[in-house]
Structures are given as structure tokens and as C-alpha cells.
Design a protein around this ligand. Structure first.
Ligand SMILES: Nc1nc2c(ncn2[C@@H]2O[C@H](COP(=O)(O)OP(=O)(O)OP(=O)(O)O)[C@@H](O)[C@H]2O)c(=O)[nH]1
Length: 297
């Protein structure tokens, strides 16, 4: 048997004439470029199989179209070209094309006070689709942050007040003595609990953006929360972080509302749904809140 006689099963007629919504490949290893930085991504590439009579799509044509992403920075226009190639190579078979890229975006983040910096990774996926000549871009980003329980903070303050009454009732108050008491674990008898938390953002972007506003969106989310997790940390940075947590006490409901109000002002965002997860240290379960804006399922 030679190449001319290779059987082509995909070109056969289907036994059951039935269109399919999505057919393709998931988990394709692909190096992509973001700001000229090479990133190891995984791609899920697919098309609709609208011709119900056709046995299958041509997987290799989707796979080869992904080569377009190796040389140039990821932009909405480039992603659209890839999807167009998916459709052009499946003329008569497919009307819709889909691509999802997932990877960890590594950003160098400065310390709060000291002149240090370190790398932080943000799990991210970019989902694009081309359907009826309409192009859509969606992002999923996970932003880690710290949340300190406002109820626990209030309960701790009350215990500190009670301790103050126990230690200083019916005594003349001496400035130096109180100052020393405030700096002691005997004075500050209770501390509120904090937890590492995640904001899971699912954003729909304007269809005609020149660039993907990944870093701007992450910055908007972190600024709204005020307590982004840190990278390189000296004591001065840790103290600034403690202050940031004290000034941004948050239930999961507070975090969800802050993010909602910030992201609806972020340039390029048309709609979103978000989910915040506080991995409670008080409980063995998580506190979770969800919110959406302009989102139609
Ligand atoms: N459609 C389809 N192809 C599959 C699947 N699993 C593996 N393949 C293989 O994917 C390979 C590439 O398919 P095609 O793109 O049609 O390959 P080809 O016919 O040599 O390429 P063209 O000439 O461009 O059509 C084939 O060897 C298929 O057997 C599947 O579940 N569905």
C-alpha cells in the first residue's frame, strides 16, 4: 500500500447523519508568545461538525494551523486568523471554530516596601470563538490574595479591650506602661484569622481590542482587593502587608462586591462572572461568593 491508497476514514459518510457541536483536540502542547516571553501553553482546538453526513473533521488541519501562534505575540487579531484558518480548512463541514489556550502567566511583582521583586504565577486561559462571522474573546484568570475575617478582627479587639480592663482597671494610666502593654502578647491577646484566597474571574472582552489586557485586568483585581499575595518579602514588607490586611478586612461577600465594582470599570470588559473562594482557617471548608455583570449564559 502506498500514500495514494491510504484510507481516509474522515472523508467517508457518517452512518448516523448527525451534526456535532464541538469536535477537535484537547491538551495540545504549544509554545506561545506573550510580550515576547515564550510560555508553555496547552491548546484545545475544535470546530463544529455541521455536516451531519460527514464522518469526521480533519484534525491535522487544526493542529497545523496552531503553528501561526509560535512566532508572534498573542493578540485578538492573530487568534482570529487561526480560527479563520480552522474554518477555511473545513469548508462545507464547519461553521464555528473554537480555541482555548491555557497556561500560567508569570509576572514579576515588586515588594511592598523593600527594593525587591519576585515572580508570581497566574493560572490563565484565553478562549476565542468564531461563529457566523462573529468573533468572541473570553478570559479566565485566577488571582490569589489574602483575606482577614472582619468578624474575627472585631472579636479579637473585644478580647484586647477586656484584657485592658483586667490589667488597668482602677489604676492611674501611665503612657510608658500602656505603650509597653500594647507591644506585648499579654496585651494583644488575640489575633484575627486570615486565609489565602482565590478570585476566579471569567471575563468577556470587547471583540475589537488590539491587545489582550491581561496585566491591566490582574492589576485592577489586585488593587480592588488591596491584599495581593506577595513574592520576595523582608520584615518591612511583611509589616506593610499586615497593615494592608488590617485596612482591608474582608468576608468573601466583600471581596466579590469589590471585584464586581472594579471590573465593570475595567477597559475592554463587556461582561463577567466571578467567584471568590476563601480557604478558611477557621473552618475545614471554604467560604465562597459569586457575582456577575452583564452576563447572559
Ligand atoms: N476525525 C478524527 N480523526 C482522528 C481521530 N482520532 C485520530 N484521528 C486521526 O487524525 C489523523 C489526521 O486526520 P486528517 O486531518 O483527516 O488527515 P489527512 O486525511 O491525512 O489530512 P487531509 O488530507 O488534510 O485531510 C488521521 O490519521 C485520523 O485517523 C478522531 O477521533 N476523529
Amino acid at each position: 500500500m502506498n500514500a495514494l491508497t491510504l484510507p481516509d476514514i474522515a472523508a467517508q459518510a457518517s452512518r448516523q447523519a448527525l451534526p456535532l457541536e464541538w469536535v477537535g483536540m484537547c491538551g495540545i502542547a504549544l509554545p506561545v508568545l506573550m510580550d515576547s516571553q515564550r510560555i508553555a501553553a496547552k491548546a484545545d482546538a475544535g470546530v463544529s461538525l455541521d455536516d451531519g453526513e460527514a464522518r469526521g473533521i480533519h484534525m491535522s488541519r487544526l493542529y497545523l494551523a496552531l503553528e501561526m501562534l509560535e512566532q508572534d505575540n498573542l493578540t485578538p487579531a492573530l487568534l482570529r486568523q487561526v480560527l479563520q484558518r480552522f474554518l477555511d480548512s473545513h469548508e462545507g463541514l464547519a461553521n464555528s471554530a473554537y480555541l482555548r489556550l491555557h497556561f500560567d502567566l508569570l509576572l514579576k511583582r515588586p515588594a511592598l516596601v523593600s527594593p525587591l521583586a519576585g515572580w508570581k504565577s497566574y493560572p490563565l486561559s484565553i478562549e476565542v470563538r468564531l461563529k457566523n462571522a462573529m468573533f468572541h474573546v473570553e478570559l479566565k484568570i485566577v488571582v490569589p490574595y489574602s483575606s482577614t475575617c472582619p468578624c474575627s478582627a472585631a472579636l479579637s479587639r473585644q478580647l484586647i479591650q477586656q484584657q485592658f480592663v483586667d490589667d488597668f482597671a482602677n489604676r492611674p494610666l501611665q503612657h510608658a506602661e500602656i505603650l509597653a502593654w500594647l507591644g506585648s502578647t499579654q496585651g494583644i491577646v488575640a489575633t484575627p484569622h486570615s486565609q489565602r484566597s482565590n478570585a476566579e474571574l471569567h471575563l468577556r472582552l470587547d471583540d475589537f481590542l488590539d491587545e489582550l489586557p491581561l496585566i491591566a485586568l490582574i492589576n485592577d483585581a489586585e488593587n480592588a482587593l488591596g491584599t495581593a499575595v506577595q513574592t520576595a518579602v523582608k520584615r518591612a514588607d511583611e509589616q506593610a502587608f499586615a497593615l494592608a490586611n488590617g485596612q482591608n478586612l474582608m468576608f468573601c461577600e466583600d471581596a466579590a462586591r469589590r471585584l464586581n465594582l472594579a471590573l465593570r470599570r475595567s477597559p475592554g470588559v463587556n461582561a463577567f462572572q466571578l467567584r471568590v473562594v476563601h480557604a478558611e482557617s477557621l473552618h475545614a471548608h471554604d467560604a465562597v461568593a459569586q457575582s456577575r455583570w452583564n452576563w447572559e449564559a
